[in-house]
Design a protein around this ligand. Structure first.
Ligand SMILES: Nc1ncnc2c1ncn2[C@@H]1O[C@H](COP(=O)(O)OP(=O)(O)OP(=O)(O)O)[C@@H](O)[C@H]1O
Length: 401
């Protein structure tokens, strides 16, 4: 585990009173009989861009709403910048939230939408609230930051989805929140705008220098945007770390299958003794790995991009491969037939079927790419194999330890 976001402690430095780290401590939330959030400890460090990712219904939005103060947890504390805000009203937490549909007021102009919360604050608190000049300056600043200068007089119905998204962000940014919460803010955008908006958000975070927590169910978004990634499933945090750490060392089979596209290939294998360590076997597969500290039932994983494909002659035994897919070198060898070829631009995802089952290999698109019906051998170097306990699903880091 991980720099940055931690679920098991973390450093006090991330929660200095002047910083705006967020801590969920023993937080649970139930709706009726269903526990939708169960987070013993989750720390989001000050100034991080943290992405909460997980399948639909896993509790991401509920987690964000608990931080914003829009939901009250049944147990536990929410701490922002070292201050327990569990009982503090949403407007007083130094937090702004942008919703999936941006929730703009349709009858107000872009400028009025952006200034709305500041005008409200001024009216409620005439002494300490912002002055008219303050409001004008901050709105101008937010419009410049999000490229909205020319759209200030328009109403939401006269804006594109991308423009509405920027207004939603400007409305949050104008409050200068120490924590900016974004609930699937890009889901209404088409693929091209979405890619552009991702880069804009990353730039915005750099300019604001604050803490951003973004919710998405899009794992590509999760891997590409955040400095920290929190993977959730069934109301629980299953792994947190930098995107690279989570991708390279998924903590369990759920994370392995969820993070990364195309998904990691997973095969059920049996572990047996072998003079050189442990022999992993499945129909069409025999791999020997060093170390003997493995349970009997193992799930063997590998990323489609780590596989190397080689076309085989149409018939006859495969050279270098013994009966039952025995590997003649370190790593995995599996023979099969190309079932589907998926063209994705630079890469081609080749879906194969064989004695081992089904698996996918991502290769560069090019002249030598295999075609449906071709016989192919897949090789995966031993260093690229991931091992999981088939019973618990947990990663086995070092079978020699
Ligand atoms: N107000 C509510 N009353 C009852 N159940 C709710 C309520 N809000 C959410 N839930 C349930 O809580 C669970 C978590 O919902 P939540 O919206 O946090 O998930 P999510 O991970 O954000 O999902 P999505 O990606 O689909 O938005 C779901 O099973 C949902 O049906």
């Amino acid at each position: 585990m991980t720099a940055g976001v931690t679920t098991d402690g973390g450093t006090a430095n991330d929660l200095t009173p002047d910083g705006a780290g967020v801590l969920l401590d023993g937080v649970t939330k139930r709706y009726g009989r269903q526990t939708v959030l169960d987070v013993p400890r989750l720390q989001v460090p000050h100034r991080s861009f943290t992405v909460l990712v997980g399948p639909s219904g896993c509790g991401k939005s509920t987690g964000l709403r608990v931080v914003a103060g829009l939901e009250t947890p049944d147990t536990g504390r929410v701490v922002i910048g070292g201050v327990d805000v569990t009982d503090v009203a949403p407007g007083r937490r130094g937090v702004s939230m942008v919703f999936q549909d941006f929730a703009l007021y349709p009858h107000l102009t872009v400028e009025q939408n952006i200034s709305f919360s500041l005008r409200l604050e001024a009216r409620h608190d005439r002494r300490n609230g912002p002055s008219k000049a303050d409001i004008a300056r901050r709105v101008t600043e937010a419009c410049a930051m999000l490229g909205l200068e020319k759209l200030r007089g328009r109403r939401p119905a006269q804006l594109s989805g991308g423009e509405r998204q920027r207004v939603g962000l400007a409305r949050a940014v104008v409050r200068r929140p120490s924590v900016l919460l974004l609930d699937e803010p890009l889901s209404a955008l088409d693929a091209q705008l979405r890619q552009h908006a991702r880069a804009e958000l990353v730039r915005l975070h750099r300019e604001l220098g604050n803490t951003v927590v973004l919710v998405t169910h899009d794992q590509l978004e999760a891997l590409s945007m955040g400095t920290n990634l929190v993977v959730m499933n069934g109301g629980k945090v299953v792994q947190s770390g930098t995107p690279g750490e989570v991708y390279r060392r998924p903590a369990d089979t759920f994370v392995a299958g969820f993070v990364g596209s195309p998904a990691m290939n997973l095969h059920d294998v049996r572990a047996g003794t072998h003079p050189a360590g442990t022999e992993l076997t499945a129909p069409g597969l025999r791999v020997v790995i060093p170390g003997d500290r493995l349970p009997a039932e193992v799930r063997l994983g590998w990323r489609p991009g780590d596989g190397v494909l080689e076309r085989l002659p149409d018939a006859g035994p495969a050279a270098g491969l013994g009966a039952g897919g025995e590997s003649t070198g370190p790593g995995l060898h599996a023979d099969g037939v190309v079932d589907v070829v998926e063209f994705t631009g630079d890469a081609v995802v080749v879906h194969c079927a064989g004695e081992l089952g089904r698996w996918a290999v991502a290769v560069r698109a090019g002249v030598d790419q295999p075609a449906v019906g071709d016989r192919v051998r897949t090789r995966v170097a031993a260093a690229h194999l991931h091992l999981f306990d088939a019973t618990t699903g947990r990663r086995i880091d070092d079978p020699t330890a």
